[in-house]
Design a protein around this ligand. Structure first.
Ligand SMILES: Cc1cc2nc3c(=O)[nH]c(=O)nc-3n(C[C@H](O)[C@H](O)[C@H](O)COP(=O)(O)OP(=O)(O)OC[C@H]3O[C@@H](n4cnc5c(N)ncnc54)[C@H](O)[C@@H]3O)c2cc1C
Length: 428
């Protein structure tokens, strides 16, 4: 899945992206208030918030706007955090876990508001279901439902097998927790719309401008190949791709490859037969399947994790088999597009947001929950740069540890750990 620099990887998203002018690379030196590394959801959201508050902001991306996870993901806009509420209660106590939960809902709201305010054409659809494959999943989902209703004031509907089957034409699932407030979208078009909104607020975006060095200090400098940004503040929003610039960040996340396939258009009738209410769906296995239909009635089917930089050789076969397991009626259907991207998993799966120094801020570790949360990260980083630290300080209290084994060994160790989780998925 290699591609030349400056082009998007071939995906259904890239093929259906709204036309966007290529922004020129940074040339020469510039002085700005805030220099941002990364034009994904996190970097763009931070830029938009700060420009609206009157800051002079420039964003550098090594490739293109939304080139990373933001332009390739499953498009599922979900509340909560990758680690779940119970883990956060253990890490922060009940009161702050509750605030974090409410902020995650703010992330979903913020995304919807931005779509409306900036008229971003990105195929938003309401509705998301977490689905159960086996009795253990029913127990887990029902206990989560009770926790959300009783302690988080977020009641969700339980659907038994028959109710679910009325919306989802799959024999694989035996129940679901349905959330009408979550939903799905075309992520690359959302990123491009966010970039347009940021530029309208005064942000400069430079594409094909890889940051090759960060000078830390009172006046940090982001160096690219052909220029430099002298900044009062720097925001590192390079996510899983940031290697080399801030090793202490990279050591705290594991880049995990995951893949999405898009079938050819199935026609409106078939698409509505597969997913009647057009919701997004994800199971709750460790190595999960996640899927939805696109606005042009394809099935977008995601799953399959990998821990090396290499595309798995049997990827198409495995992805087709997984799709067939969910929708046996698509046994003969192939993918017209198949692409991958990298998720930034933190060791405890909690978000890793904070400051490296008084002038350098970061947000990473979205652990598969970044579409809504990365927009919120931008808002909270911007608040902190403006001197309102209260919310970022809650995130900064979450203790994060390096992945074991250092650079060389963390992948094999993780592969072994993941094999255990997959076995658990299969057996219980
Ligand atoms: C296949 C896939 C499916 C996913 N599905 C979902 C989902 O359904 N729901 C959900 O909530 N989350 C999902 N995620 C996760 C979600 O997409 C991310 O959490 C989110 O997009 C992170 O946004 P970001 O801006 O922090 O990072 P990114 O979008 O990765 O942006 C980082 C940017 O930094 C740039 N960069 C890196 N290093 C440098 C450098 N040295 N110099 C200049 N630029 C640099 C990169 O080019 C990139 O554009 C998925 C991720 C993947 C890969």
């Amino acid at each position: 899945m290699n591609h030349p620099t400056g082009t998007y990887p071939a995906s259904w998203y890239a093929a259906t992206a709204h036309p966007a002018p290529e922004r020129p690379p940074l040339q020469g030196e510039q002085q700005v208030d805030v220099g941002i590394l990364g034009a994904g959801f996190t970097g763009l959201s931070t830029a938009l918030e700060l420009a609206r508050a009157g800051y002079r902001v420039a964003v550098l991306d090594a490739e293109r706007i939304g080139w990373g996870a933001s332009g390739r993901n499953g498009g599922q806009v979900i509340f909560g955090w990758g680690c779940g509420e119970s883990r956060l209660e253990g890490l922060l106590g009940e009161a702050d876990a509750r605030r974090m939960f409410d902020w995650s809902l703010e992330g979903v709201r913020l995304l919807r508001e931005r779509i409306a305010e900036h008229a971003i054409d990105c195929d938003w659809r309401d509705g998301h279901a977490h689905v159960a494959i086996k009795p253990r999943h029913i127990t887990e989902l029902k206990s989560w439902q009770a926790q959300l209703a009783e302690r988080y004031d977020y009641p969700l509907a339980w659907w038994d097998r028959e109710r679910l089957r009325a919306e989802l034409d799959s024999p694989r699932y035996i129940g679901a927790l349905f959330d009408p407030g979550s939903g799905h979208l075309h992520p690359l078009n959302y990123a491009l719309g966010l970039a347009r909104a940021a530029e309208a607020a005064g942000v400069q975006i430079f594409e094909r401008s890889p940051v090759i060095r960060l000078d830390r200090g009172a006046q940090p400098i982001l160096h690219s190949r052909s220029g430099a940004l002298r900044c009062r503040f720097v925001v590192l929003a390079g996510n899983a791709l940031i290697e080399g610039i801030a090793p202490e960040l990279h050591d705290k996340i594991m880049p995990v490859g995951t893949y999405v396939g898009a079938t050819a258009p199935l026609g409106a009738e078939t698409a509505r037969r597969l997913i009647g209410n057009d919701m997004a769906v994800a199971d709750i296995n460790w190595a999960l399947d996640y899927f939805r239909c696109s606005a042009d009635h394809r099935l977008l089917f995601g799953g399959r994790a990998s821990y090396s930089n290499l595309t798995p050789p049997n990827l198409r076969t495995v992805m087709r088999a997984r799709m067939r397991r969910v929708f046996p009626t698509l046994a003969d259907t192939d993918f017209e597009y198949l692409w991958g991207g990298v998720i930034d998993i933190s060791r405890n799966r909690a978000p890793h947001w904070g400051r490296l120094t008084d002038t350098i801020y970061f947000a990473q570790g979205f652990s598969g929950h970044g579409v809504a949360a990365s927009g919120l990260a931008g808002r909270i980083l911007a608040e902190a740069i403006r001197g309102q630290n209260e919310r970022l300080d809650v995130f900064a209290r979450i203790r994060h540890r390096d992945f074991p084994g250092g650079r060389a060994l963390r992948t094999p160790i993780l592969v072994a750990a993941m094999a255990w989780f997959k076995l658990r998925d299969a057996l219980w």
